[in-house]
Design a protein around this ligand. Structure first.
Ligand code: HEC
Length: 335
């Protein structure tokens, strides 16, 4: 009853987006799920490779991580300058939306593809930086074992040729018992991801206390370029005043609030920051160094935005800040 109600509300808000989500289901998923001898992606499909958690616990992939569970899995490396931090920030929102179901009904696993560098200690530090809560484990292991897992989960491409930065950046959501697995892009809306995890894969109700969060979900309309970039690339880490941005949570923001940033910062500096934050970090730009310290060394990703994209996202930041400022003024005039 409640689930249907929620489904209707979400459909009303997101319309065909839910369909797009469904279409992202792993190609060939159904044929693989059909499998042989009735076991759907069972122990005979998934290797039971040993891994170590960021807390130093030894686990086996099939037996301890996925058997009979609903899971969200992604592959990342902690020194990643581009999409991984966004994906981690997104999963943090998904965890926030799912609340205490994570660690009880749903388990989240971020597995390192750079195990030589990403020791359990390094992963622990990374988990702390993003304030990953219980039920979300960061794992490392033997490189070959991890590559095998990625192949089995459809998140490995031979085109990578060993280049870390070319790795597939989707998450995979799965329910080992029902054999349903699907890919999810890190640019996906976190409300949709959480709904998929919470209700598409199993029959739970989304907890009622989280309902107000859905009210904050963006409405489906013709979204201008700058805003759409902000929503898909930036808002997991940045708010703009009291308006646009992040899933509301009790946790600190991963990056600075961007209200008025176009007025606060030099235009050249801002433009370059959006184009190549990794270079400015490497050059130890003083302003960047002080922000890094303030934001616990979470790095701003390099999205390889082109000039037009940078202008449109900066225009959106400016408009949204102005719009909120005007709303604020109006409220004051009334009193
Ligand atoms: C993974 C989180 C994350 C994402 C995603 C992200 N940022 Fe950031 N951003 C940060 C952090 C953290 C800082 C502070 C500097 C640092 O630690 O690298 C920052 C700093 C900034 C600043 C400078 C703020 C100031 O006060 O000078 C701007 C502007 C900015 N980001 C814009 C963006 C835009 C636009 C996007 C999307 C295209 C984006 N960010 C995506 C984390 C993120």
């Amino acid at each position: 009853m409640m689930k249907r109600h929620l489904g209707r509300r979400l459909r009303a808000r997101f319309g065909s987006l839910l369909m797009i989500g469904a279409l992202l289901a792993i190609s060939g998923g159904s044929s693989m799920a059909a499998g042989n001898a009735g076991s759907i992606w069972g122990a005979d499909y998934f290797p039971n490779v040993p891994l170590v958690t960021h807390e130093g616990k030894q686990v086996r992939f099939f037996d301890d991580l996925i058997k009979g569970k609903v899971v969200v899995i992604n592959f990342l490396y902690t020194s990643c300058p581009d999409v991984c931090p966004l994906e981690t920030a997104r999963l943090r929102e998904v965890q926030e939306l799912l609340g205490d179901r994570v660690g009880r009904d749903v388990f989240m696993y971020s597995i390192s593809i750079d195990p030589e560098h990403d020791t359990p200690e390094v992963l622990k530090r990374y988990a702390e930086r993003f304030e990953a809560g219980p039920g979300w484990w960061f794992l490392t292991g033997k490189k070959d074992d991890i590559t095998l897992l990625r192949r089995k989960l459809g998140l490995y491409s031979d085109q990578e040729g060993g280049r870390l930065e070319a790795h597939a950046v989707s998450s995979i959501i799965g329910n080992q018992s029902t054999g349903r697995w699907m890919k999810m892009s890190p640019f996906e809306n976190p409300y949709i991801m959480a709904t998929q995890v919470g209700s598409w894969l199993s029959n739970w109700k989304i907890p009622g206390r989280k309902e107000q969060d859905y009210a904050n979900a963006p409405k489906l309309r013709n979204v201008p370029k700058g805003e759409s970039l902000f929503r898909t690339r930036c808002e997991a880490c940045h708010s703009i005043g009291g308006g646009a941005g992040m899933v509301k949570s009790g946790k600190r923001s991963l990056g600075p609030d961007l209200s008025g940033v176009t007025a606060r910062r030099d235009r050249k500096w801002l433009t370059r920051w959006l184009a190549e934050p990794d270079k400015m970090i490497a050059e130890k730009d003083p302003l960047v160094m002080s922000m890094l310290a303030e934001y616990d060394n979470v790095v701003m990703p390099n999205f390889r935005l082109n000039d037009a994209e940078i202008s449109s996202v900066l225009a959106y930041l400016e408009e949204e800040s102005l719009r909120q400022g005007q709303e604020h003024d109006q409220t004051h005039h009334h009193h």
